[in-house]
Ligand binder design. Structure first.
Ligand SMILES: NC(=O)c1ccc[n+]([C@@H]2O[C@H](COP(=O)([O-])OP(=O)(O)OC[C@H]3O[C@@H](n4cnc5c(N)ncnc54)[C@H](O)[C@@H]3O)[C@@H](O)[C@H]2O)c1
Length: 366
């Protein structure tokens, strides 16, 4: 028809991410990042605890290649993922005079890589950024894959996007100062990915009998294997077009547990409870043999992780309501990843909220 225009425009953002994993990698952060961005200034951002332990190393590594190095501190843990902290960080970057070419470097655990990554995606419609993950969870999971987000009053990670860093430097030496609790939380993500995608990794974790920390050689093997397993799962679907992702294992209920308990149950502990609950459902359905179910409970416990949560009656009601909200967000059905053997899983579309609520408290073996 004359006067009408109807065209389909295709836009693709060129996006590559260099991933470097080895002990001592942080010392090369300046030259490697400078080579990828050629900016003359950089802003690195971490929480107070990480800045106190690792700030000196990061500052000197970046100063080796950037003329101006600024640092900003954010609050510890999920506090960094609030909307007010997001707005505050944007304002502080503006006050510093950071422009569209200024790379941001997130140095910290998953809360830092999530929140700084989201700021990088939004500030001036997107600036380059790099991640130097310092917790086990961030090294094997949060900093890998470009998923960034902050929380809102409606729920965890409600506001976010996929925005890939130019560089991820995984330096296992940085884990020396990682608190034990954060280490345990990282183990939950490793058990998760092993159980759905890598039976050998699962056996490797089992073989440590819960004593991985301090064994540098095995830790390095576990980190590399867990990253590879995650990359294998996400590379075919980098923007989560398919909602049936095995990487969601344990997470369908984890966010509801975290919010219902006001984050007194950490993300990793909530993932462990989600993994254990889904495993019990799989055993009940005859999808997974009981002996494998017992191996899952045993490996979680050996690494200091919970396999259930004792909600109060009011807490259980709030949990049920939070799960209904998850089902709503996920288009009305509760899709839950269920293991079928150690190293493989399926997505079930018909798991009832009653089953999830009913089995969350069981702390016995599957
Ligand atoms: N984007 C993703 O794909 C993804 C995946 C998994 C988890 N996450 C998110 O990651 C967050 C959890 O990450 P986390 O377990 O790393 O918790 P965290 O970032 O809150 O860190 C836990 C604690 O460890 C401290 N810490 C971390 N590294 C340290 C170090 N080397 N030395 C001293 N202190 C150190 C921090 O200061 C903090 O107090 C959650 O918000 C979760 O939603 C995101």
């Amino acid at each position: 028809m004359p006067g009408t225009m109807d065209v389909t425009l295709r836009f693709e953002r060129p996006s590559t991410c260099r991933l470097v994993v080895h002990r001592g990698a942080v010392s090369s952060a300046g030259p490697v990042l400078h080579g990828l961005t050629s900016a003359d200034r950089v802003v690195w951002i971490s929480d107070e605890a990480v800045a106190a332990k690792l700030g000196g190393q990061v500052e000197s590594a970046l100063s080796a290649a950037f003329r101006h190095v600024d640092q900003l501190t954010i609050r510890v843990g999920e506090n960094a993922k609030t909307l007010s902290d997001f707005a505050d960080l944007i304002a502080r970057l503006h006050a510093l005079g950071a422009d569209r070419t200024t790379p941001l470097v997130a140095v910290g655990g998953g809360s830092t890589t999530d929140s700084v990554g989201f700021v990088a995606a939004c500030y001036l419609r997107g600036v380059p950024y790099a991640s130097i993950p310092t917790s086990l969870c961030a090294q094997v999971d949060a900093a890998i894959g470009g998923k960034v987000a902050v929380n809102t009053a409606v729920g965890k990670n409600m506001l976010g996007t996929f925005y890939h860093p130019r560089l991820v430097l995984v330096d296992p030496d940085l884990l020396d100062t990682c608190p034990d609790g954060a280490w345990r939380d990282g183990m939950a993500e490793i058990v998760k990915v092993a159980l759905v995608a890598d039976a050998d990794l699962f056996a490797l974790i089992e073989s440590t009998g819960g004593r991985l920390r301090g064994d540098d050689e095995t830790t390095d093997r576990v980190i590399r294997r867990a990253i590879r397993a995650k990359l294998r799962l996400l590379t075919p679907d980098p923007f989560e077009a398919n909602l049936d992702r095995l990487l969601n294992f344990g997470h369908e209920t984890a966010h509801a547990i975290e919010t219902t308990t006001e984050h007194t149950v950490s993300h990793g502990a909530a993932v462990a409870i989600g993994v254990a609950t889904a495993t019990r459902i799989a055993v009940r359905r005859g999808l997974l043999d009981a002996a494998s179910g017992d191996r899952v409970s045993a490996v979680l416990r050996a690494h200091g992780l919970p396999t259930g949560h004792a909600f109060s009656p009011a807490g259980l009601r709030a949990y049920r309501t939070a799960l209904r909200q998850v089902a709503l967000v996920r288009a009305g059905s509760m899709r839950v990843v269920l293991p079928t053997t150690i190293g493989a899983a399926v997505v079930a579309n018909d798991v009832g909220i009653d089953d999830l609520v009913g089995l969350v408290g069981s702390d016995g073996s599957a």
